[in-house]
Design a protein around this ligand. Structure first.
Ligand SMILES: *Cc1c(COP(=O)(O)O)cnc(C)c1O
Length: 401
């Protein structure tokens, strides 16, 4: 009889979105006349930028002709995409990243989930709390944790993000080998300063740790003093892997394209992580389709850049309306200025607050407790929505508070 991966048995069922759906369903059944506004969505709502759609169509036409047909792409991506990535996302900021250090992929979710594969089982792992669950669950599946107890897995080091530290984790007190950081953060919306990120890079260099830096929300940064890439920090090429995605800047959540940067200098015990990841991708991944890479490359055209700016400005406009309204109701919020998420401090349990918004206003949010222990006492509101929905939701909340 085959034996199963027993580590899957340790995974905590993700009650969060199932429980939200259940409570919304109950409310709808009891109040069929009431309309519901969802402010909990972690997916984009606006269509693809026009430049990307044009590129997709042109690429599809090329595939229709023998002369321009394309078969398997390279594992690491076409040069027409990797070159502008290196130039515009890094070199233009003064960050040293070269095109041949970029691995184009189908998602930052898969890359952040899979990167742990090239590391041994007995590494000590640090994750933020609250956390994007992919970092935790991928390590649970790989057997790097014990059992979960009251929401925390034995063996993981949790970096607490609380109102007291402005949701910026402090350096670990104990020795860790691999550190997941996400800035601008999902779910807290907090972003890290250059000074604080420098502390992390210096820590990693001194302690021989590797930082996995998830910058999926970089397109929302408007404060020019804030770092956009970890490679803007001296020394990061020797201690950090950065993950980017086209999902949140250009609305590629359904189109699928992302990339991961592994500098050639990044080594552990003389072994190149770039080479190991290349080998991993070559074995398990067959690249991103030509039309999708063409569409992603269009993000770097002049028109594409302008359209992405308009798109992210639109969501940030939603975020500002939410933040200002909630502040007006006397609620403390973080995020929403350099991120599409607003993290709201509520008095009491996050699920009680969720119920209050649902029952009194027909507004759905995401209870913070679903993202970890430190998420308790908070809710997440997402700016991914239509302007009309956001305005209507704030109007309803006005009546509640
Ligand atoms: C949305 C998101 C991503 C992007 O994932 P894709 O697979 O590229 O769509 C990565 N990290 C975080 C924290 C996210 O919220």
């Amino acid at each position: 009889m085959p034996k199963l991966n027993s580590h899957y048995g340790k995974l905590q069922a993700s009650y969060l979105f199932a429980e939200i759906a259940k409570r919304v369903e109950e409310y709808s059944t009891q109040n069929p006349e009431k309309s519901i506004i969802r402010l909990g969505i972690g997916d984009v709502t606006e269509p693809l930028p026009a430049a990307c759609v044009e590129a997709l169509k042109e690429a599809a036409d090329e595939l229709s002709k023998r002369e321009t047909f394309k078969g398997y792409p390279s594992y690491e991506g076409y040069a027409f995409l990797r070159n502008p990535i290196a130039q515009q996302d890094f070199q233009d900021l003064g960050a040293e990243v070269y095109a041949d250090e970029i691995f184009v992929s189908d998602g930052a979710k898969s890359d952040t989930a899979n990167i742990q594969e090239i590391f041994a089982e007995d590494n000590r792992i640090a994750v933020p709390d609250p956390v994007y669950p992919v970092y935790v669950d991928s390590n649970v599946m790989a057997g790097r944790t014990g059992l979960a107890e009251s929401g925390r897995y034995e063996g993981l080091v949790y970096l607490e993000c609380t109102p007291e530290n402005n949701y910026l984790p402090e350096l670990p007190q104990e020795k860790v080998d691999l550190i997941y950081l996400c800035f601008p953060n999902n779910p807290t919306g907090a972003h890290i300063s250059r000074e604080k990120l420098t502390e992390w890079v210096n820590y990693a260099l001194a302690e021989n740790a590797i930082i996995f830096y998830d910058a999926a929300y970089v397109a929302f940064i408007r404060d020019e003093s804030m770092p956009k890439s970890i490679y803007e920090i001296p020394g990061a090429r020797k201690c950090a892997i950065e993950f980017r995605s086209f999902s949140k800047n250009a609305g590629f959540t359904g189109t699928r394209c992302a990339y991961t940067v592994i500098p050639k200098e990044l080594q552990v015990g003389g072994k190149s992580l770039h080479q190991m990841w290349f080998r991993r991708q070559a074995t398990k991944f067959n690249g991103v389709s030509y039309p999708v890479q063409k569409a992603a490359a269009a993000v770097y055209s002049e028109a594409g850049q302008a359209q992405v700016k308009t798109l992210t400005d639109f969501y940030l406009g939603n975020a500002r309306i939410v933040r200002e309204s909630l502040n007006g109701f006397g609620l403390k919020c973080t995020g929403g200025d350099n991120s599409p998420y607003i993290w709201v401090q509520v008095n009491g349990a996050s699920w009680d607050f969720f119920d209050k918004l649902l029952h009194n206003a027909g507004v759905v949010c995401t209870p913070g407790a679903g993202f970890g222990k430190c998420g308790e006492g908070h809710i997440r509101i997402s700016a991914f929505n239509s302007r009309a929905n956001v305005l209507k939701a704030m109007e309803r909340l006005q009546k509640v508070f």
